[in-house]
Design a protein around this ligand. Structure first.
Ligand code: HEM
Length: 317
């Protein structure tokens, strides 16, 4: 906020995508590393690692389009070699972070104010977690938490600036709940912001961060609505198309947060995985475990941004 205020005061330009991204990485680092998150440029290091991992996981894979190439296995070897390098960089960093705490007595872990590493290490003794598992869980939090929230916020700000009436409605809600002059908005303030949640839902409907979810594999033969899915089938769920399907959504291509406000209605379409027309966090046992953290990070940032600043597109945009 301070950075935007400084730039706004001199009428300068601020790259919001960049700022939002570095903020979400700082948040992820703070959760995992606690107070030591700013040392040695770790937030930047983790961001580079996450970017490289995303490129490998989400990159175009020629072998999926030309299966004959897969038989030769050349491309696979190239991708595996790259993945191995990234894996080693993760392992090096995470080992270092864990070793820093290794010298501490387990009774010294402060469960109340501790960071995620503290919590995992204290649970390590209780649940017999191996070091590899601890590292995998740490990677999950870094990887799952930063880009997801930053990308959703990016699209939301763009949609709101294109629709000043909706932006004003959101600002009115936030400013009517948060007392004038309050420096930062808290989670308690946000609980009352129904329009803010509707904006979040509408952004996820139109711009799901994982448009095909994570790839799933059928473990057993199953029949869905008359379609036979044999065991071993690679399944991709196109939630981007489902969220824009006109048989489920009126004016599906329009950004209308009001569609998620259900006053005096029994209908309540939400992202908890039971309404199959809206699956931004997936569904079932592999659905996103970070929903609550994702909501809190997104809503905290958006509410603060619209509370403190006026937003509009530059002329001719
Ligand atoms: C707006 C925020 C977020 C969105 C939209 C989102 C969305 C998703 C989606 C679509 C999946 C795949 C589900 C499936 O394939 O069925 C997923 C998985 C996952 N997410 Fe999130 N996520 C968000 C925030 C977070 C946060 C903050 C964390 C970290 C704490 C996180 C951690 C994970 C993990 C670890 C998985 C893999 C779960 C598994 O495979 O069992 N996510 N997320």
């Amino acid at each position: 906020m301070t950075k935007i205020k400084e730039v706004a005061a001199i009428g300068g330009v601020v790259d919001m995508s960049e700022l939002i991204k570095s903020f979400t990485y700082d948040m992820a680092c703070r959760i995992v590393l606690g107070k030591s998150f700013r040392t040695e440029g770790r937030s930047k290091l983790l961001r580079d690692l996450t970017d490289d991992t995303s490129r490998i996981l989400g990159g175009f894979n020629l072998e999926e389009y030309f299966p004959t190439l897969a038989r030769a296995g050349v491309l696979k070897r190239v991708v595996c070699a790259k993945a191995e390098k990234v894996k080693c960089r993760w392992a090096y960093l995470l080992d270092k972070l864990i070793d820093e705490r290794g010298s501490m007595d387990k009774s010294m872990f402060d469960k109340k104010d501790g960071d995620f590493i503290d919590i995992l290490l204290s649970a390590q003794y209780e649940y017999g977690l191996t070091r590899e598992r601890v590292k995998a869980l740490l990677t999950d939090v870094f990887f799952g938490s930063a880009d997801t929230v930053a990308n959703t916020l990016d699209f939301t700000l763009a949609e709101l600036m294109r629709r000043p009436r909706l932006l004003e409605k959101l600002q009115n809600e936030v400013r009517s709940i948060v007392p004038r002059g309050q420096e930062t908005i808290t989670e308690t303030d946000m609980n009352k912001m129904t329009y803010l949640r509707a904006v979040f839902n509408e952004s996820l409907r139109m711009y799901p961060v994982a448009p095909l979810l994570a790839p799933h594999l059928a473990m057993a033969d199953c029949n869905i609505d008359g379609y036979m899915i044999p065991a071993g089938t690679h399944v991709l769920v196109n939630v981007w198309a489902i969220g824009r399907d006109s048989s489920s959504w009126e004016d599906a291509e329009e950004f209308i947060p009001e569609r998620f406000i259900y006053e005096d209605s029994d209908v309540d379409v939400n992202f908890k995985g039971n309404n199959f027309q809206f699956l931004p966090f997936g569904s079932g046992r592999r659905m996103c475990p970070g929903i609550n953290l994702g909501i809190a990070n997104f809503e905290l940032m958006l509410a603060n941004l619209v509370y403190h600043f006026e937003w509009e597109l530059p002329p001719k945009v």
